[in-house]
Design a protein around this ligand. Structure first.
Ligand code: PD2
Ligand code: ZN
Length: 280
């Protein structure tokens, strides 16, 4: 039987995780060989990971992510914007996740829902092979996108997000509104683009996501970061900012996340994806 000579990113993450729990590299190499890996490849891969060298995976080659605290993480526990003081509820550093209260007023949440209701369509994902947007069984919500500064409300929210994150409005994609009904979800994914699909002419890679909860959900619908052990319960007007792109162009695979199925009620969120540079 042909021996395996490439590992997936998931398997590489598993190896790193297992090594960090103190399991000996020899035990892990044995496990890989039992799974059908060529022995020499299994050992070389492990030595590279232990020595923090880059290894060939079936996606892209990347050194271990060097985490950096984004500007929003250096602002203390109450962050002032032009028109609002915003309280930090909790934070994690690796991956970087900041949970914020009171980012939008109740009236702003209601107005966003009202403006987007008539424009909802089935949500799409970026196909990692083609870079094209396609519908997928892992993302069952409906959604729509506003254009940048489409109206006064959108402009006000964009300026608030820019003041909070220190990323200019021009680095932000159009604000998206998503609506999940009972059973609807967004399975585990990354928000950054597959590195080979990054367009340097259009702002480059995504580096952070600003996600605002527009309503309270009766049951389910949490945003879950399994590698951080964090689950954010939607609360009207609150938000979560997670940062996964550093200044040397690496992306943080610890930022993997999902929106779990709605059990009761419905869920509305607004998402702003932020790029390395200005998009337009
Ligand atoms: O709706 C959410 O909680 C959620 C979770 C994960 C949204 C996204 N990702 C997204 O829009 O990328
Ligand atoms: Zn996401």
């Amino acid at each position: 039987m042909e021996k395996i000579r490439q590992i997936s990113n998931e398997l590489r993450d598993w190896i790193i995780d297992t090594l960090s729990k103190g399991v000996s590299p020899v035990v892990i190499a044995d496990a890989l060989i039992k799974k059908g890996f060529a022995p020499r490849f299994a050992y070389e891969t492990l030595f590279r990971i232990v020595g923090k060298e880059s290894i060939v995976t079936n996606e892209a080659v990347q050194e271990a992510y060097q985490s950096e605290t984004p500007p929003i993480g250096k602002k203390g526990t109450v962050i002032s914007t032009l028109d609002r003081d915003i309280k930090v509820l909790s934070r994690a550093d690796k991956p970087f996740i900041l949970h914020l209260d009171n980012v939008l007023s109740e009236a702003e949440c209601d107005e966003l829902i009202l403006c987007s209701k008539e424009r909802l369509l089935p949500s799409k994902i970026v196909d990692p092979k083609t870079g094209q947007e396609v519908t997928a069984p892992g993302r069952t919500s409906k959604g729509m996108a506003f254009s940048v500064h489409e109206n006064n409300l959108i402009g006000k929210i964009e300026r608030r997000i820019a003041a909070l994150t220190d990323f200019p409005v021009e680095n932000g994609e159009g604000l998206q509104v998503l609506n999940y009904d009972i059973g609807e979800e967004y399975k585990q994914h990354f928000d950054f683009f597959p590195p080979s699909k990054v367009d340097p002419e259009k702002g480059g890679q995504r580096v952070g996501t600003f996600l605002i909860y527009l309503n309270d959900v009766e049951a389910g619908g949490e945003t879950v970061f399994p590698k951080a052990g964090i689950s954010i319960v939607p609360k009207k007007g609150s938000a979560v900012y997670f940062h996964y792109g550093n200044s040397i162009g690496q992306v943080d695979r610890m930022s993997v996340h999902s929106s779990v199925p709605i059990k009761k009620g419905e869920k509305w969120v607004a998402t702003k994806w932020i790029r390395q540079q200005a998009i337009y």
